[in-house]
Design a protein around this ligand. Structure first.
Ligand SMILES: NCc1[nH]cc(CCC(=O)O)c1CC(=O)O
Length: 313
């Protein structure tokens, strides 16, 4: 018999310290407790500060992109300081360090982007020249593509910081993930949720993944029953698309897989950083075909884009 965690030897759940990260860690703990009939004090939430949390005054792309919010957490997992780690899959590099795996996905939240603004109800309402804040290369390129007349500014920080910047008038509108707002209990902050057909979300937006050491049998068996299979199929397809394009977050890429009638439908989009061009396509397949579908769609879009597509100009 496996020794289950209890309050004297709790399973340590590693997470960043932002409100959203903590909400995600608590959701993971509650699902684990419910699935195994354990009290919540059989789990201990351990906050780990990452480089991305420490450096808040520079654009993400300058300090290194994806991995900035995860490296220290993965080091703690490898060192045995924590037993599992909870991540927004949107922020995860496509390759995990040797010895770590993510094969547990929680049921996906709303995948859409939220339009947030004190004064305007939607993107079409924004007058020419309006200042819009976003730190996301994807959202920046998508917006510039549709509305080249707007003025885009860098807008970093966690959800609370960005909302405060809107209040202070640093920008008249911004975008946030609906998933984050919902998990923070504040979906009403969104003026509207943008249809993915208008603004395709980031790969894995709204998905939480739980990472573990590959050889940790306790973590493996504890996590197995909370894995959401449908979310797994979808995120697999989207991340295969991302992996073939570029593992970093230095390029504007969007991707969304959905399940309809037991079929997997994948949409993908790549954009020039300045929004001057966008190329999109789609694939359909069986639920288990996400990996080849993602790679194949990426190949198609890269072929149509040609050399130098992602270069700034
Ligand atoms: N890049 C930061 C980040 N990573 C995950 C989320 C939101 C939650 C999610 O998409 O799962 C956010 C904030 C945002 O984009 O508004």
């Amino acid at each position: 018999m496996m020794q289950m965690p209890d309050h004297t030897r709790p399973l340590k759940i590693g997470t960043r310290g932002s409100k959203l990260a903590l909400a995600q860690a608590h959701e993971t703990r509650d699902r684990l407790a419910a699935a195994h009939g354990l009290p919540t004090d059989a789990f201990q939430i351990v906050i780990i500060k990452t480089t991305g949390d420490r450096i808040t005054d520079r654009p993400l792309k300058e300090i290194g992109g994806k991995g900035l919010f995860t490296r220290e957490i993965e080091d703690a997992l490898l060192a045995g300081q924590i037993d599992i780690a909870v991540h927004s899959m949107k922020d995860m590099p496509t390759i995990q360090p040797e010895g770590l795996v993510i094969d547990c996905l929680l049921p996906r939240e709303d995948v859409r982007d939220a339009f947030v603004s004190p004064n305007y109800a939607s993107i079409p309402d924004l007058p020419a020249g309006t200042v819009v804040g976003t730190s996301s290369l994807r959202r920046r390129a998508q917006l510039a593509h549709r509305r080249p007349d707007l003025h885009l500014v860098e807008f970093r920080g966690n959800v609370q910081t960005r909302l405060q910047k809107l209040d202070e008038g640093v920008a008249a509108a911004t975008f946030l993930a609906m998933a984050g707002l919902s998990r923070l209990g504040m979906p009403h902050v969104a003026r509207n949720a943008i249809d993915p057909a208008e603004m395709l979300p980031a790969v894995a937006q709204g998905a939480i993944g739980v990472e573990r050491r590959r050889d940790d049998e306790m973590a493996t068996s504890l996590l197995a029953p909370i894995h959401h299979v449908g979310t797994g199929y979808r995120v697999t397809a989207e991340r295969a698309f991302l992996a073939r394009l570029d593992g970093s977050c230095q390029t504007p890429i969007a991707g969304l897989a959905e399940i309809r009638d037991d079929r997997l439908l994948l949409r993908g989009e790549i954009l020039r950083p300045d929004g001057s061009a966008a190329i999109s396509g789609h694939r359909e397949g069986t639920l288990g075909e996400g990996t080849p579908m993602g790679a194949d769609l990426a190949e198609e879009l890269l072929g149509r884009a040609g050399d130098g597509f992602f270069d700034h100009h």
